[in-house]
Design a protein around this ligand. Structure first.
Ligand code: BEZ
Length: 207
């Protein structure tokens, strides 16, 4: 089958990785052609801007030209295009629990990417340490939640929650190994050691 969807893609982005892992897990990789995107908040990509006016990846262009963004909308769309068990429950209280936890995993990714931009893209003399600390606290609160009361829910199955958190933890290892998150979150470390062996995560390591 030739691909009918175009995904704007950068291998370093944890949000793009989330979509790629979902494509692997649901057997839909062959539907998608990857379009390389190179961007930061100060160097936009014209192709991405044409797909998503917010200038962010991932953006998925459907066969009829319709553009889907952001990663949550793309994930929801792709999850409705395969015959296997949905990665987001379609109804009931479970749907809202999983969507809320998936949003928390996205917030971790968001804070990590914003911190990366603040330390890597922003000139050193303009950096705002209090703001960076606020992002770090957001990450720590969310990881405490996953390590504690949400751990059983995370561990239930490899669904949209697990995909999001695995991509966030993989991004820490890629960009901020100095954060040493495993020392503070041993249950998440053990969970991730197992999850990271999945072919979908092996095949999508950030670069
Ligand atoms: C990164 O290089 O860390 C990155 C690239 C694209 C999107 C998000 C993060």
């Amino acid at each position: 089958m030739s691909p009918t969807l175009t995904l704007f893609h950068a291998p370093a982005s944890p949000f793009v990785r989330k979509v790629m892992v979902l494509l692997h897990e649901t057997g839909q990789l062959d539907k998608v052609r990857l379009q390389a995107a190179s961007l930061s908040p100060v160097s936009p990509d014209a192709g991405v801007n044409a797909c998503n006016p917010a200038g962010k990846i991932p953006c998925l262009r459907l066969a009829d030209g319709q553009a889907l963004y952001d990663s949550r909308v793309i994930a929801e769309y792709l999850d409705q295009q395969h015959a296997g068990e949905p990665l987001v429950p379609r109804e009931g209280p479970q749907r809202w629990q999983r969507l809320a936890l998936a949003a928390l995993a996205d917030a971790v990714m968001d804070a990590a990417v914003l911190s990366r931009y603040e330390t890597f893209v922003r000139p050193e003399q303009k950096r705002w340490d209090d703001w960076l600390q606020g992002q770090q606290q957001k990450i720590e609160r969310a990881l405490e939640h996953f390590e504690g009361e949400a751990f059983a829910a995370l561990n239930e199955r490899f669904d949209i929650v697990a995909i999001g958190l695995a991509c966030a933890l993989g991004y820490f290892d890629f960009r901020r190994p100095d954060w040493a998150w495993r020392e503070r979150y041993p249950k998440l470390a053990a969970w991730y050691a197992e999850a990271a062996r999945r072919p979908s995560l092996q095949a999508t390591q950030p670069a």
